[in-house]
Write a protein that binds this ligand. Sequence first.
Ligand code: NDP
Ligand code: MG
Ligand code: MG
Length: 332
Amino acid sequence: MAELFYDADADLSIIQGRKVAVIGYGSQGHAHALSLRDSGVDVRVGLHEGSKSKARAEEQGLRVVTPSEAAAEADVIMILVPDPIQAQVYEEHIAPNLNDGDALFFGHGFNIRFGFIKPPAGVDVCMVAPKGPGHLVRRQYEEGRGVPCIAAVEQDATGNAFALALSYARGIGGTRAGVIKTTFTEETETDLFGEQAVLCGGAAALVKAGFETLTEAGYQPEIAYFECLHELKLIVDLMYEGGLEKMRWSISETAEWGDYVTGPRIITDATKAEMKKVLAEIQDGSFARTWMDEYHGGLKKYNEYKQQDAEHLLETTGKELRKLMSWVNEEA
Ligand code: NDP
Ligand code: MG
Ligand code: MG
């Protein structure tokens, strides 16, 4: 069973006694910086020249300096810029300003796990990763609640790194909900696998294959869209609320029977064997290398894939159909 930590296990005064730099003010950055500030922590935000979010951070009462200044002032540095540019931001702005005893924090383990960032031995290396998007993290904090977080220590130079990570998690409301202890390796590998095989890659491919099967058989694309994409939300909401059991309680007996007999014909032993290959490529670092080469090579294939799917009948059909459903856009 996972180890869980709550408010009572986290000493807020540890992070209140430090100087924190939050580098980046996007989805996660704004939530961390504002909630830490509201928890009585000394926070500055580090943003690059020409940053689009600088004005918003200042309006919200935060002090914004350059990433180098932020790293120089602070002794806890949370890196919340996009993963593919973290190594560059680290080399240029953070590494030259690190002292022994400082702590380097991450919201995702990618750059540490695959060695793109190699911190010196004298600093603590920690992760606090909320299991939800930044706006939810902030809203829950403001409502006196929190989004569960996972926390990890890759390098414990001071001997107090995990207590510091828990204290930080408390500062953003994480210990109100519960913090699960993990490792950089487990977080990074499971995150990449989940998004590729199940959540994003798996789900998108499943929806597309179902939609194509129906339209190629002559059914109307609008009807296929509802059956293969639109209704997926209803099913996922039920799974989210009560697992497979609640989903199966809600659907018809006919749907449930089809679930049992057809599901394993779609996701077969061959699919699972391929999942194992995908996991192996994540674990051995080849996925990370290919992705960084693609990113720094100008995202050519990435943009091709994006374009192809934008032109797919599923997407063009959905664009029109969603105009009939005013509530769909209101929810976003
Ligand atoms: P976003 O893309 O939302 O935000 C990126 C921020 O970094 C923006 O404020 C951007 O500034 C700023 N930025 C861009 N380039 C630089 C630079 N060179 N120097 C300083 N700041 C820069 O990122 P996320 O919040 O999505 O992701 C941050 C981290 O959190 C990642 O490690 C991610 O994996 C992790 N994470 C994200 C989650 C999420 O829900 N999104 C969930 C859990 C973890 P501007 O736009 O103003 O130019
Ligand atoms: Mg991810
Ligand atoms: Mg139906």
